[in-house]
Design a binder for this molecule. Structure first.
Ligand SMILES: [Zn+2]
Ligand SMILES: [Zn+2]
Ligand SMILES: [Zn+2]
Length: 144
């Protein structure tokens, strides 16, 4: 009968230590509800900024084709997502895949690639640097 009393205690200690180690190594994983969409990443703020990209203009989240889930950036996907990123195929560019953290407008891939780093709805500026990484999210030629 004695070990029946001890087992739950051991289990509680194990879980507690495991969670502390997890946070220290990876940062705080957060699932934030932004303008009607759940955005998953590390230290996500109310306009989709994250631990990796947190300038004022970093206000888009990208839905990953592989996970069907919004993430602030590819590093957030690497840490919180499926681990096997797949860019949106060219024939899916009419699908909504980019969330403006400023107003909640969802852009299709084609709209995002042609938006000149400006939200077509609220006209807030997006980080033009994200376009340099477009090939990580969408099936485009690198650097084009
Ligand atoms: Zn994924
Ligand atoms: Zn990130
Ligand atoms: Zn907007």
């Amino acid at each position: 009968m004695h070990h029946n009393v001890l087992n739950p205690l051991k289990f509680t200690l194990f879980v507690h230590i495991h969670i502390l180690a997890y946070n220290k190594e990876k940062g705080v994983e957060s699932l934030v509800y932004i303008h009607g969409q759940n955005v998953l990443g590390i230290q996500v703020d109310s306009e989709t900024r994250c631990a990796h990209y947190h300038k004022e203009i970093d206000r888009i989240a990208i839905k990953f084709y592989c996970c069907n889930q919004y993430f602030p950036c590819y590093e957030c996907h690497a840490q919180c997502g499926c681990g096997q990123p797949k860019p949106w195929p060219k024939n899916t560019f009419d699908q909504k895949a980019v969330l403006c953290g400023g107003c909640g407008h969802e852009l299709t891939v084609a709209q995002y690639l042609n938006c000149q780093s400006n939200c077509p709805n609220c006209h807030r500026t997006f980080n033009a640097g994200c376009n340099l990484h477009a090939h990580l999210y969408f099936e485009t030629e690198k650097g084009s």
